[in-house]
Design a protein around this ligand. Sequence first.
Ligand SMILES: *[C@@H]1O[C@H](CO)[C@@H](O)[C@H](O)[C@H]1NC(C)=O
Ligand SMILES: *[C@@H]1O[C@H](CO)[C@@H](O)[C@H](O)[C@H]1NC(C)=O
Length: 236
Amino acid sequence: MIVAPVLSIYLYMLYICLNWYPGARYVCFCGYVVGMFGLLFVRTAGDCVLMRPSDSSKPSYVARVEKIEADSRGANVRVHVRWYYRPEESIGGRRQFHGSKEVFLSDHSDIQSADTIEGKCTVHSFKSYTKLDAVGNDDFFCRFEYNSSTGAFNPDRVAVYCKCEMPYNPDDLMVQCEGCSDWFHPNCIDMTAEEAKRLDHFYCHNCSSEDQKKLHNSHVSTRHADAKVETKRRRR
Ligand SMILES: *[C@@H]1O[C@H](CO)[C@@H](O)[C@H](O)[C@H]1NC(C)=O
Ligand SMILES: *[C@@H]1O[C@H](CO)[C@@H](O)[C@H](O)[C@H]1NC(C)=O
């Protein structure tokens, strides 16, 4: 909470003004140090951070800060974290529909020294991730919670698209059929990505055989996530 550092700075200033009360000195100074630390590194519990892995060849761990604590001297700042798992760290492993920046919020918590924090990162909802104009190194997204003992996901079913009936991978280009509004991977409809990008209108095989003559002025959308997030729900 931003309140903590602000309050401790306030208290420290109060101490400077009222330094006739010696007991306040210690408390306020420690509060100030902890507060400043909190302000510099993790401003709010619930913030997401990258943490240095013990094996430096591995990518940084992604974690959500649940609580920050320090000992009475304001030293040894420790953070309570809840880990995000990368798909390859899950029991089922990485699957084709998992995005490169996808992480799962696990039920696995830990206490870590604050100095393993490398920096802040952002774990977006699936929807807001698909709306990002540019994805930075520290942008991730999460659409599943993950039970680390059973490997189960929540939700256990999500919308699927295309002939391949796969959940949407935001890294992949898809084209939308103007007839049925389903989305398709160029690969699955015998097209290259380049050809798909050049399309003005697209009707999938089923729709074009049904409404061959229909012609609309609307343009085909590519990589437009809104509709995809809300439409069909079939089993994964
Ligand atoms: C994970 O699954 C086990 C077994 O079904 C269950 O007992 C446990 O509560 C689950 N954990 C969470 C956080 O849902
Ligand atoms: C196309 O039609 C067939 C037969 O009705 C159906 O099984 C299939 O799911 C449809 N394909 C799509 C992509 O809607």
